[in-house]
Design a protein around this ligand. Structure first.
Ligand code: C5P
Length: 244
């Protein structure tokens, strides 16, 4: 595959810079071991709710201190003023990507986009549309009558109109979102599985190559790398397969 990609920033990134490894662990020491082990192969890490709740901002500083980038996956969802404040705090940690829930609505997303724009080193702000853990039955249970597919497109369009940089999306939604919202609207895609790993609890998976071919700008991979016997070897294997 073409290992370069125009990712919406007008800059080309090598494929290994477009793999974000999810540090889904609960303690600082293990997170740092993984960053140290993967350094030189992986340069982008996702800090999510488990790790951030356990360790706080210091863990973001640890990752950036090793020269790597951070996707701070805290999925802010609150009134516009509070969400804007959270975005300012996250931006001060020098995360490269942060996210909010699109279900927070257009006003909240505009407040988030404006808050980031006013920061010294603005991160990309992206939106989670419909959580991939929802099926149609669970989605209608919360009182939303539209289908998941229609809701994803509607929320992604609202996010773009509000000034956000992109969305988190399952691999199966990437093509449609790129087609309707353009190649510069960033897509970060979890639910990615190399052919040699297990799906775990992910339902709709794609290989890294298929996710990039569909148009993903970044892919997020957690367990296939961090739970491998040798995480660095697993990461190298993913990259080699993408370069074939
Ligand atoms: O281990 P695995 O590769 O499944 O990890 C995927 C990561 O992406 C996890 O941190 C998960 O919380 C996150 N994620 C996801 N689906 C979403 C949003 C985030 O799997 N829709």
């Amino acid at each position: 595959m073409n290992s370069n990609n125009s990712n919406g920033n007008g800059k080309n990134s090598r494929v290994e810079e477009r793999i974000i490894v999810a540090l889904d662990v609960g303690d600082f020491g293990r997170a740092e071991e993984l960053v140290q082990d993967l350094k030189g192969v992986i340069s982008f890490f996702k800090v999510g709710l488990e790790l951030f709740t356990a360790c706080g901002p210091d863990v973001v500083k640890m990752v950036t201190g090793h020269g790597a980038k951070v996707f701070l996956d805290l999925k802010f969802f609150d009134i516009p003023n509070t969400a804007a404040g959270a975005v300012r705090s996250a931006s001060s940690l020098n995360a490269s990507i942060i996210n909010v829930h699109a279900l927070g609505g257009a006003e909240m997303m505009k407040a988030a986009a404006n808050a980031a724009a006013g920061c010294k080193n603005p991160p990309k702000v992206i939106a989670v549309t419909v959580l991939t853990s929802f099926d149609e039955a669970g989605f209608s249970n919360i009182g939303i009558s539209a289908s998941i597919e229609d809701s994803v497109m509607n929320l992604a369009t609202t996010a773009k109109d509000a000034g956000l940089d992109g969305v988190v999306s399952s691999p199966s939604e990437v093509r449609t979102i790129k087609k309707h919202l353009g190649k510069d609207f960033l897509i970060v895609t979890p639910g990615v599985r190399p052919h040699w790993s297990t799906a775990d609890d992910q339902k709709r998976v794609m290989t890294p190559k298929n996710a990039f071919d569909a148009g993903a700008d970044y892919i997020v991979i957690g367990r296939p790398i961090i739970e491998a016997k040798e995480p660095k070897t697993a990461a190298e294997r993913v990259i080699e397969e993408l370069q074939e």
